[in-house]
Design a protein around this ligand. Sequence first.
Ligand code: PLP
Length: 382
Amino acid sequence: MHNISEILTHYGEEREGAVAPKLVQSTNFCFRTVAEMREALAHESETSFYTRGVNPTVALLRKKLAALSSSEECLVFSSGSAAIGAAVMANVKAGDHVICVQKPYGWTTKLLDNILSRFGVETTYVDGRELKNWEEAIRPNTRLFMLESPNSGTFEQQDIAAVAKLAKAHDIITVIDNSYATPLNQQPIKMGIDISIHSASKYLNGHGDVVAGVLCCSKEMYEHIFKGEFMTLGGIISPNDAWLMLRGLRTLHIRMARVAESTPLVVNYLKKHPKVTKIYYPFDENEAQYDLSKKQMHAPAGQFSIELNMETAEEVEVFCDKLQYFLKACSWGGYESLIFPAIARMDSQNYHASNINFRLVRFYVGFEDAELLIGDLEQALG
Ligand SMILES: *Cc1c(COP(=O)(O)O)cnc(C)c1O
């Protein structure tokens, strides 16, 4: 077991003078003899032969990410969605059945409903908070569980260890989207999950300038996915982006500590505000799954959602537009605070007052001081 700051600062580095790692911006790698070339080709999943497979800069990143995730191996993709696609596709075939948590990341739904359905893979969505819902949905052809804990938007959780145990008993592969928590705050592989995925576009890179995805798994699963979806579909990260991600990773522990400290201050301010009716935050003491949060996550992250005590979508829109420091943008995990209001997905002429979803705003607390952000909320809630 490594120390986290050691992994981020030293682990896997082979320094020969330069402190920063080498950016090996090369498509292919050459060999002195045919015998060496043959040897490299026979071990393509471990050797730099062609950059669609293994590249030294990406290899260093993979090493660090596997160590952080307590997994034997790791693959890095050009996006989180590419990593999810490869993980699921590598483990299902026509006639198989997938059970997925309700309301996962939007593009995970699209993968299952729009793409895999065309190849004869069926999906059932369950309220993942109750173990019995997973159990009752199992069929003889159920091959894969897709978890996301906490999930996107309203942050419901699954009891990861319990769901993993149930899956093992039925010979079902488990995949989790662990983007919310990062490997620092939640360790799904240790809880028995087969494949843990992160959108590295969020916290892992952490600077809002790289789109990438990470897939952590056993050596055996790595070989399976490497030779299959990884090399075949080719959704790799570029060496240049891998190098940027290595730089971003250096401060992951410091950044996560920062949001763990400042987000509860912002949440506590909003909780007391009369214009806020509900908070969705796994580390809020009134949250139904608070005990589970403490059991399986080490610290809070920076994302939460609120429901506003407002009668019309226009009021919500005015509030959002008044905010100066919370930028109106998708994603999260960078230095800048963000909001993504549900009304951004609604036609402003055509929303229904009965659809209370218009009151929902997702927040991400970045690295600004909590007082600065609270001041901004104060003036916007007015
Ligand atoms: C952003 C996100 C993804 C997709 O990652 P990309 O890097 O944008 O492809 C997947 N899951 C969750 C929970 C996300 O927030």
